[in-house]
Ligand binder design. Structure first.
Ligand code: ZN
Length: 219
């Protein structure tokens, strides 16, 4: 079986999307790009995460040709391919319909540096222009809005995060959803103070050192 360890990780983290309340039903998708093999492993379309087994994962070439798989790949495959083609720093993507990030995306707001943990993604998380799910246009819009960042909101849709590996992409997803929730709550009762870019630069460096020292993952 091709990319067996990647398949096992995708199955494990797919379940975490549901148990950590980051998405509902079959919403969202995950993938890993093995740069040495030049192959993508991605979750299938329309299958519950708790019913997904390693052999349900679809393995494709960067060009989109299926190499191994009995199911259709996620409908957001164009978005995953586009990033792996153009972003050398990203080898895994997590896409979810999490409640608070999606709420902001429906307002077409960006997520500013309301909490220092926004630094997991960058100075802020922008909102990409709307395009229909699964379209090439959505892939381009998302890529454009995620330049200089590790996460992006998809207008009227959800959240996308990317990292050097799946645990990293998942950690960014969790932290950005947490920050979106905090932004929502603070906007409900007042006018949150946003951290300046200069402070976010300091936080980003410190966060990198902390993560490296504790061997959590790397951003
Ligand atoms: Zn989606």
């Amino acid at each position: 079986m091709l990319l067996e360890s990647e398949r096992v990780l995708l199955v494990e983290y797919g379940k975490k999307l549901i148990t950590n309340r980051l998405t509902t039903g079959t919403g969202g998708n995950l993938s890993i790009f093995n740069r040495d093999e030049r192959l993508i492993a991605i979750t299938p379309t329309g299958l519950s995460y708790f019913n997904t087994e390693p052999d349900d994962i679809v393995v494709l070439q960067l060009g989109g040709e299926i190499v191994e798989g009995k199911r259709d790949p996620s409908s957001e495959l164009p978005m995953h391919r586009f990033f792996y083609h153009h972003r050398e720093d990203i080898n895994s993507l997590v896409h979810v319909h999490s409640r608070y990030a999606t709420t902001l995306s429906c307002l077409r707001w960006e997520l500013p540096a309301v909490h220092y943990l926004v630094a997991f993604a960058g100075d802020k998380v922008k909102c990409a222009q709307y395009a229909t799910f699964g379209s090439e246009e959505l892939a381009r819009n998302t890529f454009e809005a995620m330049k200089d960042s590790k996460a992006v909101l998809l207008a009227n849709h959800g959240l996308l995060a990317g990292g050097k590996d799946l645990p990293t992409a998942f950690a960014i997803t969790e932290e950005i959803e947490f920050c979106a929730e905090i932004y929502y709550h603070s906007k409900c009762i007042g006018d949150p103070v946003i951290l300046p870019d200069s402070e976010m630069d300091i936080v980003a460096e410190k966060l990198k050192r902390y993560i490296r020292k504790n061997r959590i993952t790397e951003i």
